[in-house]
Design a protein around this ligand. Structure first.
Ligand code: GLG
Length: 845
């Protein structure tokens, strides 16, 4: 209506509006225009980086048109919205993905070519946006892609870290070194600074309860920091729907503290400004480790800044959500009818007491009214049951940084006790989420009690959540509050973008539009009959071969290493962690190495050639994980140089694992390893990516491996190892009835002894790592080693039957439909958030 055009002549406005570029000429004009004006560079000396920047600015213009239309449509229609709060968004590169989603990839490839550049080289110029550690952050990125693609009104909220996950370097000794990741140094064309969208965020100070019987309090004093919004456009695939990811940057409220400045305390004044900016300066590089395990560092050591990050982000996001809600002119009691907030793990749990604070202190609601709103607004997803990864915050720390929130947390706890008593289940200690000495707040319990629903991320994991860490809550609140949403991955990035040849073959074979099967991935089942078609199999395996060559080429140009491509590619890429058992893999490689050394030339002829790849980062303080990297690198050095074996076995640790590296590795894999101790990997998501690209899976009966096997059939996966129910018992036996490894598992004892003897150098440096296995062996290496080796041999045998292997590969891809993140996000939308798609008109306003 007229109210949307507050000024001037509507016709003149419409005339000036751009639409999404349609032909190649429009694309080249736009790129040249950006070279000329935005970059102020010349055609004659433009390099690949300049070409990337101009192409990115041009694509950004197109995204903005759709983004604007989408946001205007939301404002007009006022649908219920969902907000995805995640401390991590592991986005990777944007240009290629944006062009594919916009349907402009071919035109840009053409246009860039006409201007004298190669699209692949241009795409390679972009730095990854690596604002995450691993699966949890990448899941958030996939969910944003699916939300926009499904036209769901979902916004992400996170932090705009100045430095993302550290860059990993490997020293000549094989040690991991960390370097900062200054990803914003070349500027970021994908973000829009919203310098006008700001909030004041308070820390420290005092909270005085009013004695007017309302339970209200006034929080005052302390430090105030400014939150500034940066918006990142999230384009849907084959739709104009373009959502928003809002990232907060912290800034000092005023440039300087003028008082200290005038008093001659220049340093003190600058310091205040430093400490405000520090909040969003760096992503914490820990995945599942709050401190180094097996060592006695106090859990809260040096973590005040992390707590401040969490509060800064949740408070700014809630203030923003509240402002938008109020602008729509609704009554506060209707809040849960228009707002659903998803808590990605416990990191944003402070949003629960923060919303209570807003509703009680600012909106004058009673405790019960506020609690009803809160518990109908939040949804909590748990991502791990590992004890060392469950967040706990010391009460004195919260009391100091967030005094009002500590009061509210105590009140929530107390109210829980009252409810308990009235339900006659006072024997259950469920509200003991403030516990221990010194007292700590268990965030998973707070998140659970303050949410409408709670879910895990794969069937086994959701079961474990309900029977272990949140068992008491299931008893108290009823099982219907608890559910499962098995994770998913976006097939746009993880098939169409990273494996264009396979995507094209699938489209040709299914005889349907690419845009159809990419949005309904179960359509892949149509590939099943083609597993029996010899010519199709030849095409399928030729693509796998070219992807292996692409990887080999990438490794050669970036690392200078020559990799043979006439071998099976065996890949394990993920964070380095004891529970993920990269150690089991490397011990298996060493076992294979010695077996090869014993073989006669005749025997070797029958051997299945293998190239084993590892990649992944270790948390900087995680000593054992860093030793694992060092061992892998040094074993590689010996094996790759040994003339007896190097033709049959090669081993590589590829440094600085990233989303972009995964996009090259995954399509090239014949088999990938997902070998966590049963019950420890909540889901895993790279397992889905490998299988979608026709790589087979070697794994334990854990996480989403189980559901993948259910879909593709047990005979198309390679499973080994003990099952979850056995784990506790085995651990008990290790502690109280230990059997020497020499007796329990002689081949493993031999391998460990060779490492100790210095065959791979190190001068005793690996002993602490080996001792984790020799002593309590918490992750069950000694129990699973034999079945692991036997299964590796089955894999060899299966691979030698080439045709049968390709059939397995085709069948695997064909049955991966369930694991599209579209399916997952629709489950959240329907069964959790209660939101509906909003269709967005194409062609601008
Ligand atoms: C966690 C879990 C993974 C899970 C991922 C996404 O460890 O198993 O796939 O979240 O739910 N921190 C993680 O990577």
């Amino acid at each position: 209506g007229k109210d949307q055009w507050p000024r001037g002549d509507e016709g003149v406005w419409r005339d000036g509006m751009r639409t999404v570029d349609k032909d190649v000429q429009a694309v080249t004009r736009s790129i040249v225009g950006h070279v000329q004006t935005s970059l102020a560079r010349q055609a004659y000396n433009l390099d690949n980086l300049g070409a990337y920047q101009a192409a990115a600015l041009s694509a950004r213009d197109d995204l903005l048109v759709n983004w604007n239309t989408t946001q205007l449509t939301f404002t007009r229609k006022q649908p219920k919205r969902a907000y995805y709060l995640s401390l991590e968004f592991l986005m990777g590169r944007t240009l290629d993905n944006a062009l594919l989603n916009l349907g402009l990839k071919d035109k840009f490839t053409d246009g860039v070519q006409k201007l004298g550049f190669n699209m692949e080289d241009v795409i390679e110029q972009e730095r990854d946006a690596a604002l995450g550690n691993g699966g949890l952050g990448r899941l958030a990125a996939c969910y944003l892609d699916s939300s926009a693609s499904q036209e769901l009104p979902v916004w992400g909220y996170g932090l705009r870290y100045k430095y993302g996950i550290f860059q990993q370097l490997i020293s000549p000794q094989g040690e991991q070194l960390e370097a900062p990741d200054p990803w914003l140094d070349n500027q970021n064309p994908w973000e829009l600074p919203r310098l006008d969208v700001t909030y004041d965020i308070r820390f420290y100070g005092r909270a005085d309860r009013l004695d007017d019987g309302t339970g209200r309090a006034v929080w005052h004093g302390g430090q105030e920091v400014l939150a500034v919004a940066y918006d990142v456009m999230i384009p849907g695939y084959d739709t104009a729907s373009t959502n928003n990811l809002r990232l907060w940057e912290s800034k000092p409220q005023r440039g300087f503290d003028l008082n200290s400045f005038n008093a001659g305390n220049y340093e003190g004044a600058v310091e205040a400004s430093n400490s405000a900016s520090a909040i969003t300066s760096v992503l914490y590089p820990n995945d599942h480790t709050t401190c180094a395990p097996n060592r006695s560092i106090p859990i809260h050591f040096g973590k005040e800044l992390r707590l401040k990050q969490q509060y800064f982000w949740t408070a700014a996001s809630l203030a923003d959500i509240m402002r938008r809600f109020k602008n729509a002119g609704k009554n506060i009691r209707e809040f849960p009818d228009f707002v659903a907030i998803q808590l990605n793990d416990t990191h944003p749990t402070l949003a629960i007491p923060e919303l209570m604070r807003i509703l009680i202190d600012d909106e004058d609601l009673t405790w019960d009214q506020a609690w009803t709103i809160v518990t109908n607004t939040f949804f909590y997803t748990n991502h791990t049951v590992l004890p060392e990864a469950l967040e706990k915050w010391p009460v004195p720390l919260i009391e100091n940084v967030l005094p009002r929130h500590m009061q509210i947390i105590y009140d929530i706890s107390m109210n829980g006790q009252v409810l308990l008593a009235s339900n006659h289940v006072s024997d259950i200690q469920l509200t003991a989420f403030v516990e221990g000495q010194p007292k700590q707040v268990r965030m998973a319990h707070l998140a659970c009690i303050g949410s409408r629903k709670v879910n895990g991320v794969a069937e086994l994991h959701s079961e474990l959540v309900q029977t272990t860490i949140l068992k008491d809550f299931v008893e108290f609140e009823g099982v219907s509050k608890f559910g499962n949403v098995t994770n998913g991955i976006t097939p746009r990035r993880w098939l169409d973008q990273c494996n264009p040849e396979l995507s094209a073959l699938i489209t040709k074979t299914l005889k349907i539009e690419k845009s159809v099967w990419l949005k309904d991935l179960t359509k892949l089942e149509g590939l099943l009959p083609f597993a029996e078609d010899k010519a199709f199999r030849a095409q399928w395996s030729a693509i796998k071969q070219r992807n292996k060559e692409r990887l080999a080429h990438h490794v050669q140009t970036t690392l200078g290493l020559i990799i043979r491509t006439d071998a099976m590619f065996d890949v394990q890429i993920k964070r380095i962690h004891e529970y993920k058992r990269q150690t089991l893999n490397i011990l298996g490689v060493i076992h294979r190495y010695f077996a090869l050394k014993k073989m006669t030339p005749e025997e070797k002829k029958k051997v299945n050639r293998r190239v084993v790849f590892f990649a992944g980062k270790a948390a900087p303080a995680y000593y054992i994980a860093k030793l694992t990297i060092r061992l892998i690198v040094n074993v590689a050095r010996v094996i790759n140089a040994d003339p007896d074996t190097k033709e049959y076995l090669q081993l590589y640790f590829l440094p600085d694992y990233s989303v972009s590296l995964a996009e090259v590795l995954i399509p090239a894999s014949d088999i990938s390893q997902h070998i966590s101790t049963a019950g420890t990997e909540a889901s895993g998501t790279s397992n889905m990516k490998f299988c979608l690209n026709g790589g087979l899976l070697l794994g334990t009966v854990d996480g989403a491996n189980i559901e993948i096997a259910e879909e593709v059939g047990e005979n198309n996966v390679f499973f080994f190892g003990h099952l979850t129910p056995a784990v506790e018992d085995l651990r008990y036996q290790h502690l109280y009835h230990p059997v020497p490894i020499e007796e329990k598992c002689p081949p493993l004892a031999f391998v460990l002894n060779q490492i100790s003897a210095g065959v791979f150098g190190g001068d005793g440096v690996y002993e602490p790592l080996l001792n984790t296995i020799r002593q309590s062996d918490y992750y069950l290496i000694t129990d699973d080693f034999d079945s692991y080796i036997a299964t590796l041999e089955m894999v060899d045998e299966a691979y030698l039957d080439k045709e049968e292997w390709i059939k397995k590969s085709i069948r695997t891809t064909a049955k991966m439909g369930k694991f599209s993140s579209d399916r997952a996000i629709n489950e959240y939308a329907e069964s959790y958030w209660n939101i509906e798609p909003v269709s967005i008109p194409t062609g601008g306003l």
